[in-house]
Design a protein around this ligand. Structure first.
Ligand code: CP
Ligand code: NVA
Length: 304
């Protein structure tokens, strides 16, 4: 693995290795004997808002011995129109790796190509791979394994989270169901690119919840889609995770949300508070999963 640009680019073995390494790093937090990022500086270019991703990367880079350098895209020349490939060619000569949150997946791909340093996708409109690695770690902790489990994603199935889940299901072979109204189901081009996979798509949220082990949701209004908010909230309302839906799931099913959560929209306030431990354990796992990614990428960049 030279970069983490998407779950699409990883093999099942690479995903499993990262999740297992994350679990080991979690158990050794505060006692890392080797610091793989010692003497390294990692840039973090963010074009969109972030709480979890930003904080977990800054803390994770620091805990592995490196120095994070947060760059709000608007504060650097990128925000005034300097091309991503020029930004990459400059940073590639100065820092050891880069974490990027932006809109267009191509920007992350171009940065990796022109920067020639390890590049991590911290969310694009296409994928959110770091989140999926943390989610898989949480599923392993709570349910022991993802093998044979029924994972159901409710809501906007055509967003970055839906797509990253679809790739994870294909690479690891677990059952994934996307429950979404027709206009928010994965697009035909994506399904074609995905090819054979264990993915089921339905517009029936109750059928999807039947026998589910993981009920997963995400905001109905992803960053950049704010102008469509009213329409989205109306169309996606039947896909809310609530106590009624939970009655159809397995008795030991868990509720997961990548956060931030919008109360009484994609899931009810009551259910969120009842399931807060498993949801915020999931948020904490962002730190451990990303440290695993950083460890695997640490020795790819140039050495000082
Ligand atoms: N889940 C997630 O990526 O959260 P942030 O947008 O706060 O980073
Ligand atoms: N689909 C959401 C994920 C937020 C972590 C978004 O892109 O805004």
């Amino acid at each position: 693995m030279n970069h983490l640009l998407g779950i699409e680019d990883l093999s099942g073995e690479e995903i499993t290795d990262l999740v297992y390494l994350a679990q080991s790093l979690k158990s050794k937090r505060g006692n890392h004997r080797v610091l793989p990022l010692a003497e390294q500086t990692w840039a973090m270019i963010f074009t969109k808002s972030s709480t979890r991703t930003r904080v977990s990367f800054e803390v994770g880079i620091h805990e592995l011995g490196g120095r994070p350098m947060f760059l709000n895209a608007n504060d650097i020349q990128l925000g005034r129109g300097e091309p991503i490939k020029d930004t990459a060619r400059v940073l590639g000569r100065m820092v050891h790796g880069c974490v990027i949150r932006t809109f267009d997946q191509q920007d992350v791909v171009d940065f990796a190509e022109f920067g020639k340093i390890p590049t991590i996708n911290a969310l694009t409109d296409e994928e959110h791979p770091c989140q999926i690695l943390a989610d898989l770690l949480t599923i392993r902790e709570k349910l022991g394994t993802w093998d044979g489990k029924k994972i159901v994603f409710f809501g906007d199935g055509d967003c970055n989270m839906g797509r990253s889940w679809a790739w994870a299901s294909k690479r690891l072979g677990f059952d994934l169901t996307i429950a979404a109204p027709r206009e928010f189901q994965p697009r035909a081009e994506f399904i074609e690119r995905l090819g054979d996979s264990p993915l089921t798509i339905t517009d029936d949220p109750r059928a999807a919840a039947e026998g589910a082990d993981v009920l997963y949701t995400d905001t109905w209004v992803s960053m950049g889609k704010e102008a469509e908010a009213a329409d989205r909230l109306k169309t996606l309302a039947p896909y809310q995770i609530n106590h009624d839906l939970m009655k159809l799931a397995n008795s030991d099913a868990i509720v997961q949300h990548c956060l931030p959560a919008y109360r009484d929209k994609e899931l009810t306030e009551a259910l969120l508070e009842e399931r807060a431990t498993e949801i915020f354990d999931q948020a904490e796992n962002r730190l451990h999963a990303q440290k695993a990614v950083l460890v695997r990428l640490a020795d790819i960049g140039f050495s000082t």
